[in-house]
Design a protein around this ligand. Structure first.
Ligand code: HEC
Ligand code: HEC
Length: 289
């Protein structure tokens, strides 16, 4: 159909040339401000694509002329925050640990830093509130394997237990059963005796034999009456808090083939101020001496 553009007599505008049953369509252009705004957004969009990370590709995306990256700006923010924290932690670090405990302001900083570091590093093994779990001692009770004074705790955290660090706390319970030092019935007897120490079993006819085996093989690390020996990390066997459980099977398993749990050294992973804060935090969990 041929189109015929003509002037509309009433509005004075051009028609588009379209006509339906005698009705003609007026050509009403978009307002100028709209057209310019639209053009501006196109220019803006194109410029943005050139300057900033934009077009995706198979191996990532076009980086943009400015090379801007949100990851880098987050990293910078984190660095700034760390520097700010380091300054405060430096004061904790420079103050003797006993004195930090007496200074409410420093103690507040140390407790916060300790709580965060604990959640990030210690919780998986020791539990969210230091309640412990089988093989991982509770840190919230006054039953300590290596000692509950601030200095003891700080030392344990710094160098750990039975890891490769030369200053790690080390002591290895012999494999009495697995290495044949004790026969199975002797292991059973000593287990019966150990269970009387924490009141889970009554002394019976076999306990005397177990007591004799204990006196000969176990007191060096666990003490005359099973009260524990911190110098050699022998846990108390009288305590209601157990590292591996209080059943006869658990005791037999330990005497047969000790687990020898490993606690990492943190001196290569955390700075001294953070370790000090952790010691103060752990000390305050409920069992500090
Ligand atoms: C991979 C698991 C693991 C992680 C992570 C871990 N620990 Fe331990 N921790 C242990 C084990 C296992 C022992 C017990 C070692 C033993 O048998 O003497 C222990 C012992 C301790 C003790 C000594 C308890 C006592 O009764 O004397 C303290 C204190 C301690 N951990 C604090 C921490 C702190 C603080 C952190 C975090 C910075 C941490 N641990 C992270 C496994 C872990
Ligand atoms: C050389 C030191 C040493 C000697 C000797 C030793 N132990 Fe141990 N014992 C330890 C240490 C260290 C642990 C800590 C557990 C671990 O991670 O293996 C332990 C843990 C235990 C536990 C687990 C305690 C808990 O809380 O669950 C029992 C039970 C135990 N010993 C019984 C004995 C008996 C019985 C003997 C003697 C037949 C004995 N031990 C001899 C060092 C010793």
């Amino acid at each position: 159909m041929p189109t015929k553009i003509e002037k509309d007599v009433f509005s004075g505008r051009d028609t588009t040339g379209h006509e339906w049953d005698g009705l003609k369509e007026l050509n009403t252009p978009l307002p100028k401000w709209w057209v310019y705004t639209f053009a501006a957004t196109v220019v803006w969009g194109a410029a943005f694509c050139v300057l900033y990370p934009s077009v995706p590709s198979l191996r990532g995306h076009f980086d943009g002329v400015f090379g801007y990256s949100t990851r880098e700006s987050v990293t910078a923010d984190v660095k700034a925050l760390e520097a700010q924290r380091a300054k405060v932690l430096e004061r904790v670090n420079a103050t003797p640990i006993e004195q930090v405990r007496k200074d409410p302001q420093l103690m507040a900083v140390a407790t916060t830093a300790g709580r965060i570091a604990f959640a990030n590093n210690c919780q998986p093994c020791h539990g969210a509130s230091g309640e412990g779990r089988p093989g991982y001692p509770t840190l919230a009770s006054d039953s300590w394997i290596w000692g509950g004074k601030l200095a003891d705790i700080q030392q344990t955290i710094t160098f750990g237990v039975r890891n490769a660090h030369p200053d790690a706390r080390a002591s290895v319970m012999p494999k009495f059963g697995a290495d044949g030092i004790l026969k199975p019935d002797e292991v059973g007897a000593v287990a019966d005796y150990v269970m009387t120490l924490y009141g889970k079993a009554q002394p019976g006819p076999a306990t005397a034999k177990g007591a004799a085996i204990f006196a000969e093989n176990c007191v060096a690390c666990h003490g005359e009456k099973g009260e524990g020996k911190r110098e050699v990390g022998g846990p108390s066997l009288k305590s209601a808090v157990h590292l591996y459980g209080d059943t006869r099977d658990a005791v037999i398993a330990q005497v047969t083939n000790p687990r020898q749990g490993v606690m990492p050294n943190w001196n290569t992973r955390l700075d001294a101020g953070t370790i000090k804060s952790l010691a103060l935090y752990v000390h305050a969990l409920g069992g500090g001496e």
